[in-house]
Design a protein around this ligand. Structure first.
Ligand SMILES: Cc1cc2nc3c(=O)[nH]c(=O)nc-3n(C[C@H](O)[C@H](O)[C@H](O)COP(=O)(O)OP(=O)(O)OC[C@H]3O[C@@H](n4cnc5c(N)ncnc54)[C@H](O)[C@@H]3O)c2cc1C
Ligand code: FES
Length: 266
């Protein structure tokens, strides 16, 4: 494992506001972390007002602006609910940047295709911003409220195609159905980059294999320490000699799709 720079700092909340539905935007002043963040990396936040504040919560870094970084979070439980109640001026303990992120597409290389489910889009924004080549973002969710940051990607010059399961925005159906159509029509995509729920990632991995495309997938595993110590987050990964467990928090969260086994071999 490569040693990587990592900081633990008390980060001031600059913005913490509802965006749409259960999603919120949090901007933190984190001068030790923000300049070091690479696309696909995450921060591990200790949310002091939460009853089990000792357990940090992982969030992908969505944007970086100078000394500040932002995350997009969905309120799903006690940690994120406590975070949503914290006003600007308060502090969270931020550890990061953590994890192994996405590799940047090559200038002059083929077109990148990004695939996002729900808040997974947050892990892909920096990649889209820093990529020397523009491509297509396929974005999916249950309903319109799950489609985040669509205008931000368009403003960067990316084409965006949306699918919602209830048909309230974009095409009705799964985002991977839209992706399949693109690949079947002989689309220009050269490599896939995805972040979202496990079912979506498995479908992207299958499509990548079917169409002979490389793919990098960011896994959303439950994490405890976030630093490679506790082994809460291990996933089975193919190796030259068989398979082994690797830690989603350090060797991941981004893995080459061809490496992932999804289930422990019997
Ligand atoms: C690398 C990584 C990046 C992430 N990035 C984001 C992000 O950008 N935005 C965002 O909103 N969330 C993100 N998550 C998920 C986020 O960490 C959890 O939603 C959060 O920890 C829940 O904390 P809680 O105390 O509110 O929920 P808890 O009270 O701990 O749990 C409430 C519910 O949330 C579910 N949950 C908890 N952790 C996860 C998880 N890792 N994945 C899926 N469901 C979970 C539980 O199963 C339970 O149903 C990321 C997770 C990882 C591992
Ligand atoms: S979360 Fe502890 S090893 Fe990954």
């Amino acid at each position: 494992m490569l040693a990587q720079p990592m900081k633990d700092e008390s980060a001031e909340i600059i913005v913490n506001r509802p965006e749409v539905g259960l999603y919120h935007l949090l901007m933190l002043r984190a001068p030790g972390i923000a300049p070091l963040v690479a696309p696909g990396q995450f921060v591990h936040l200790r949310i002091w007002p939460c009853a089990d504040a000792l357990l940090r919560r992982p969030f992908s870094v969505y944007r970086v602006e100078g000394d500040c970084l932002s995350i997009l979070y969905k309120v799903v439980g006690k940690g994120t609910a406590a975070l949503a109640r914290m006003p600007p001026g308060e502090h969270v303990a931020a550890l990061g940047p953590l994890g192994h992120g996405f590799s940047l597409p090559c200038a002059g290389g083929g077109m990148p295709i990004l695939v996002a489910g729900g808040y997974g889009v947050a892990a892909l924004y920096l990649l889209a911003e820093r990529s020397p080549v523009r491509g297509i973002l396929f974005q999916g969710g249950r309903r319109k409220e799950d489609i985040l940051c669509e205008p931000d990607f368009r403003a960067l010059g990316w084409e965006v195609r949306v699918a919602t399961e209830d048909g309230s925005w974009g095409t009705r159906g799964l985002v991977t159905d839209l992706l399949r159509e693109e690949l079947r029509s002989g689309g220009r995509g050269a490599k896939l980059y995805a972040c979202g729920p496990t079912g979506m990632l498995r479908a992207v991995a299958q499509l990548a294999e079917e169409y002979g495309l490389p793919a990098e997938l960011s896994l959303d595993e439950r994490m405890c320490c976030g630093m490679g110590v506790c082994l809460t987050c291990v996933v089975p990964v193919r190796t030259d000699t068989g398979w082994e467990y690797q830690r989603a928090c350090t060797e991941g969260p981004v893995f080459d799709a061809r490496q992932l086994l999804w289930e422990v071999p019997s």
